[in-house]
Design a protein around this ligand. Structure first.
Ligand SMILES: C[S@@+](CC[C@H](N)C(=O)[O-])C[C@H]1O[C@@H](n2cnc3c(N)ncnc32)[C@H](O)[C@@H]1O
Length: 341
């Protein structure tokens, strides 16, 4: 089965669901910041499209502001050239049409370490980035879904540690807004499982070196609301000053066009609609993680046929998804506004 992959393997072009998550997060942005100049840090910016939307929304709601330092952070293997272009293309919007002097910077370092000097940030943001666990944590390794009994305690510890690090960077009275992809009716899990199987296939065929395939499998854990609360309480530096959660089904427009709720009557779906869903999912999942996989392969092997590799990955993904067809794909996002005590 060969269906063309969407031309783009960029996160920016394939993260509409995360963009919806960002829209929900906007309701929690602080509107009572008093100073003339602000420092905002976005943790896990990826290629930046969604981050600039969120930062723009924050800055434009603060009419007395005159200057902003904006720090975009991600892991060193992120596509920082793409992030730089996104920032450049959005400078006018970030500067609120000239009202603000804007000073953007990019920090390539894991947010599991200190990223910014102590006491230097007013508002921290982090969307759709905290469900990834460190492969280096005990018992985790390079597998998408580590055993729950190991992953649960590690996820707790990693969130506690993230909150403690941010409590050093964010000033007392400052704010941290989190959007966490967690457990719920809709889940990314089936899609990630099929991606993992597709990577396995290309590894067995010798198309992706074993060492690269291994680094492409980033462990995830989807927390419950209770688990998130427990981590905030255990860490102790933050008060929860706002919260809500939302279910975000993937491909909702395809379901709505049929007059059905996402996931409804999933036993009786015709072949044509299953194919449509599968194409959509393959575009978003392979599209949003494609760049990371291509970069990892490029580093190890030099030049290769990138379009062909993406196409093969997409074909394998679709094959597995058809075999294990399931609906209910998407995310459940938990949003928190935390105030630094
Ligand atoms: C799904 S993207 C979310 C991007 C953006 N925040 C948004 O809302 O669209 C997750 C990003 O988190 C980043 N990330 C995951 N773990 C990280 C870590 N330990 N340090 C920094 N960035 C991390 C990934 O590299 C990826 O770019």
């Amino acid at each position: 089965m060969t269906v063309p992959v969407k031309a783009s393997a960029n996160y920016n072009d394939n993260s509409k669901l995360q963009q919806q998550a960002i829209s929900s997060m906007m309701a929690l942005l602080p509107t009572d910041f008093q100073g003339k100049s602000i420092t905002v840090a976005d943790y896990g910016s990826c290629e930046g499209q969604n981050s600039v939307l969120l930062v723009h929304q924050l800055l434009s709601a603060l009419p007395d502001l005159r200057a902003a330092n904006i720090i975009f952070n991600d892991q060193p293997n992120n596509d920082f050239s793409c992030l730089a272009k996104t920032i450049e293309q959005n400078m006018q919007a970030l500067a609120c049409n000239g009202r603000l002097d804007v000073f953007p910077s990019m920090i390539p370092r894991s947010f599991k370490e200190k990223v910014i000097a102590d006491g230097s940030v007013n508002v921290g943001l982090c969307n759709a980035s905290l469900h990834w666990l460190s492969p280096e944590s005990p018992g985790i390794g390079h597998q998408y879904f580590p055993p729950m009994s190991v992953a649960g305690p590690v996820a707790h510890q990693e969130l506690v540690s993230f909150l403690a690090l941010r409590a050093r960077e964010i000033l007392p009275g400052g704010t941290l807004i989190l959007g966490i992809a967690g457990k719920g009716e809709f889940s990314f899990e089936p899609g990630l499982r099929c991606l993992s199987l597709a990577i396995d296939d290309l590894e067995s065929d010798g198309r992706i070196p074993a060492s690269v395939a291994s680094t492409c499998r980033s462990p995830v854990y989807f927390r419950t609301a209770e688990e998130i609360n427990m981590a905030v309480e255990a860490e102790g530096s933050w008060t929860i000053s706002g919260r809500h959660d939302t279910a975000l089904p993937e491909a909702s427009e395809l379901w709505l066009a049929r007059g059905q709720k996402p996931g409804e009557d999933s036993q009786n779906l015709d072949e044509e609609f299953r194919t449509k869903l599968c194409d959509h999912l393959s575009s978003t999942i392979i599209g949003s993680s494609g760049n990371t996989i291509l970069t990892a392969v490029r580093k190890q092997t030099g030049d290769f046929d990138e379009i062909r590799l993406l196409q093969d990955l997409s074909d394998r993904f679709k094959h597995h998804f058809f075999e294990q067809f399931t609906t209910g794909i998407g995310g459940h996002f938990y949003y928190l506004r935390l105030s630094r005590k």
